[in-house]
Each structure stands twice: as C-alpha cells, then as structure tokens.
Design a protein. Structure first.
Length: 288
C-alpha cells in the first residue's frame, strides 16, 4: 500500500494506518464542535496515556487535542474583548499555554471533564500575563508617570537631606501640588500586589493565608461548561427557532411582544418556546 493510500487529505494517517490504528482521522481539529470535541478528547487522552512520548503517534494525538480544544481559549479570551487588538493576541497566546499545560497534566483517572480541568489553567495563564505586564490595579496614566517622577525625586532628596523628604519638599521639586504628590504615593501601591497564598502576620498556619479572608466564589464559572455545550445545540436549531430564543432571552421581550413581532398569538409563542427549550434541555442531559 502506498503512502498516499494511507494518508487522508490532511496528510495525516487514516484510521486504518498502523501508526494510528486506534485513533480516528480528524481532518480539521480546530473546526470540531465543542460537544464532539469532548467525546473525541477522551478517546485521544486514552491513547496519549499509552503512547511513547516523542513518537509521531504521540505528537499526532497531542497536537490534535490542542487544536480541538482551542475553542476553550477563545471562550475565556472573549471576556477581554474590550482590550486592544495587539493585547488580545498576547491574551490568546497566554491562554494557549494554559491549554497545553492542562493537556500535559490531565489524567482520565481524575474522573473529571477535561473542560472543567482546563479552564482554570487557561484563566491562570492569562492572569499571570496581566500580573507580569500590567499594574495590579487600574491607575490613570498621569499617576503612573507621576510615580516614576516621585521615585526619582524621593531618592534625590533623601541623598541630599539625609532623611525622607516631606510632601511639601517633594511638591516643590516635582512642580506638583501637595495633593498630586499624595495621589502619586497612593498610586504607587497599585504597582505591586500580594500573593493570595501570603501568610498573614507571618503565620505558618495554612488557614491564615490571605485568600481565606478575601473574595468569594464566582458561581457563574459553574455555567461555563453548560454554555460550551449549549452553543452547538442552538446552532442546530432552525433559523426561526434561533430568532425566537434570541428575542426571548437576549432582547428579553415578553411573549406578547414576540407574538406582535411575528404576527402570531401569545399562546402560539408559548408553544414554540416550550418545544425549543425541551429540545435544548434534552440535548444538555447526559445520555445513559
């Protein structure tokens, strides 16, 4: 059998090829629907666990897993769509690092969905990017610049006076009002942040970590996987049903308002909505 007979259009070995006898051919992994990606990912993870690292078979399985799950990175990065285009590229690249780390660390024995395991890794890498390249909190540019000026003026006066300069002295040297000097000092605190794992009062007790005293759980994160699974189900609906769902749950129109727009009765709208929701609900429920 020639090499061309064993390869698909994508150049990857066909399912019957000896190199990938137990792996299906995925012509374009990046276009696999999220729901299908979850099912295929389990199959590829099973093979990844038994393949020898560094072999072509291992790289095929790993690369396919990365491409199939890129939608997770796009989903998380979408939260930052208000950022500049140049920064968005860096955000996506950071998210990809998190995805790759999740793939390399995931184990089927955890009995957890890969989606639930990967998203915290992706979010973590994006937060790491922000931590390493931006201020800990948003600070106006004029205060960011004043912080640099303040640091230079403070060091110069300290060397000259042999003590820490006063606000008034700094104000005169910097050519700013005393209030602006105080603002610059306060803004300087936003450049650095403390780790959530930091021990309070130097305690070695794990319960005394800063993270145990601030913040709350984001309940919305529990919906991430549901949204991820719901998107392809909505895409399969007829155009009229998708429009109906959009008017009811995005535009938040009442059934009467939807009926007026479509030229049908409120009762008919109710029946259509019930049918659509039942179909979506059935698709979301796990198969036995």
């Amino acid at each position: 059998m020639s090499r061309s007979d064993r390869l698909g259009a994508s150049g990857r070995p066909r399912p019957g090829s000896p190199r990938h006898a137990q792996l299906p051919e995925v012509a374009d992994p990046s276009q696999v629907a999220p729901q299908d990606a979850r099912e295929l990912s389990r199959l590829f993870f099973e093979q990844l666990a038994v393949l020898e690292e560094g072999t072509p078979e291992y790289q095929y399985a790993r690369n396919t897993l990365i491409e199939m799950n890129m939608s997770l990175v796009r989903y998380v990065a979408g939260r930052f769509r208000s950022r500049e285009p140049e920064e968005m590229e860096d955000i996506v690249q950071s998210g990809m690092i998190g995805l790759i780390k999740a793939i390399d660390r995931f184990e089927l024995s955890r009995e957890a969905e890969f989606t639930s395991f990967a998203i915290p890794h992706i979010v973590g890498e994006i937060k790491r990017f922000f931590r390493d390249t931006t201020w800990a909190v948003h600070v106006p540019r004029r205060l960011q610049e004043a912080r640099v000026q303040l640091a230079k003026a403070t060091e110069g006066l300290r060397s000259h006076l042999g003590r820490t300069p006063t606000v008034k002295e700094l104000s005169e040297v910097m050519g700013l009002s005393e209030e602006e000097v105080r603002e610059a000092r306060l803004a300087a605190n936003g450049y650095n942040s403390s780790s959530l794992d930091a021990r309070i009062n130097g305690s070695e007790d794990g319960e005394a970590a800063l993270q145990n005293f601030i913040g709350t759980e984001d309940i919305a994160l529990e919906l991430v996987e549901d949204f991820h699974a719901l998107a392809p189900l909505i895409a399969k609906l007829e155009e009229r049903d998708r429009r109906l769902i959009h008017m009811r749950f995005v535009e938040e129109l009442t059934q009467d308002q939807i009926g007026e727009r479509l030229g049908v009765s409120q009762m008919h709208v109710s029946r259509l909505l019930s049918r659509c929701l039942a179909r979506l609900r059935e698709g979301m429920l796990p198969t036995q």
